[in-house]
Write a protein that binds this ligand. Structure first.
Ligand code: UDP
Length: 330
């Protein structure tokens, strides 16, 4: 019996594949490699290149392999891009998930662990955000993920497909041995951008706004280490396998760091200057997003280990120093 990891060549998906293999699971990966990297996929996983929206292709994977659970990371995930190209997000994320659920229903597959996002909450006023905080997405990306959660809810009612939706806050860091890490093209995420600046690959970091109502005026986010984040996925799979009810969990650390604090932490870790310039706000950025992870800790028994920002930054720095061109030339 294997776990099918959709989007298993991406940053977060590849860490999931790695940990599943490490705990002895048989793993099957599907990825269209539009943003993922073949080199990021653990050699022990079976790999199928293709798109989840291609139902014939996906059905064939289920035909060839014996799948008993699905991890679903295959989605577009950039807020700004989603505002400019909402239909891309509805097609890839919502339609893609529809096909996944259709195939699961046809094949009688009952468990799916699904990658959701803090963007489903929009801009809540009260921190930390709990799973009871109302959802009110402010961009098509968050809307698409909320819709995907709702699709799973209705498919559970109709077909008994059980799900856990994990709402990620800001995922960062790399595997501790630096074999896999974060490599996007183009890069838009704060931690890799800061470290590329430390390496001299970029001139400066533009701080997107310093007039927010936060202690230093720059946006505050809750950074969670990718290895801890994936640990919660393995626990979520166990939770479903034990027959527990479908639900959602926040994955964060209840600690907020501002953009400027992240740059300061990176200067300390790297010993580099990391020039910054203050620019305008980025459209759609909430001032502060901090999660309460209590529900995941209590119900899943999640125990994040790499919660301090120095560890997150150090593991990411080790990856960047050993992968100057990301997965290229590796
Ligand atoms: N950010 C920034 N400069 C950059 C990239 C990001 O100031 O070049 C800020 C961004 O406004 C946000 C935080 O860093 O407050 C994290 O952004 P990222 O894109 O990494 O993740 P998001 O919060 O959008 O999921």
């Amino acid at each position: 019996m294997a776990i099918l990891v959709l989007g298993g060549a991406g940053y977060i998906g590849s860490h999931a594949v790695d940990q599943l293999v490490e705990v002895g699971k048989k793993v099957v990966v599907v990825d269209n490699l539009l943003t993922g990297h073949r080199a990021a996929v653990h050699p022990k996983a079976s790999f199928y290149k293709g798109d989840i929206r291609d139902k014939e292709f996906l059905s064939q994977v289920f035909e060839k392999e014996i799948i008993d659970g699905v991890f679903h990371f295959a989605a577009s995930s950039l807020v700004g891009e989603s505002v400019e190209s909402p239909l891309k997000y509805f097609n890839n994320n919502i339609y893609g998930t529809q096909v996944v659920l259709e195939v699961m229903q046809e094949r009688g597959i009952k468990n799916i662990v699904f990658s959701s996002t803090a963007a489903v909450y929009g801009e809540p006023k009260v921190m930390p955000i709990t799973e009871k905080t109302s959802t009110n997405p402010k961009n098509p990306y968050g809307e698409s993920k909320l819709m995907m959660e709702k699709m799973m809810h209705w498919c559970e009612q109709a077909y008994g497909i059980h799900y856990v939706a994990l709402r990620y806050f800001n995922v960062a860091g790399a595997k501790l041995d630096s074999t896999i890490g974060e490599d996007h093209s183009p890069e838009t995420h704060l931690v890799p951008l800061i470290l590329q600046t430390a390496l001299g690959q970029r001139k400066e970091i533009v701080v997107f706004g310093e007039d927010y109502e936060t202690p230093d005026g720059s946006c505050v986010r809750d950074y969670v280490h990718v290895v801890d984040l994936i640990q919660a996925h393995l626990l979520a799979l166990e939770y479903l396998e034990q027959g527990n009810e479908s639900t959602v969990f926040n994955l964060g650390s209840n600690q907020g760091f501002s953009v400027k604090e992240m740059v300061t932490a990176a200067r300390k870790i790297t010993g580099k200057e990391i020039p910054t310039r203050v620019g305008p706000r980025r459209a759609g950025d909430p001032s502060m997003l901090v999660a309460s992870p209590d529900k995941a800790c209590q119900i899943l028994g999640w125990k994040p280990r790499y919660t301090d920002v120095e560890t997150i930054m150090t593991t990411a720095w080790n990856w960047h120093q050993t992968h100057l061109d990301g997965y290229e030339n590796k």
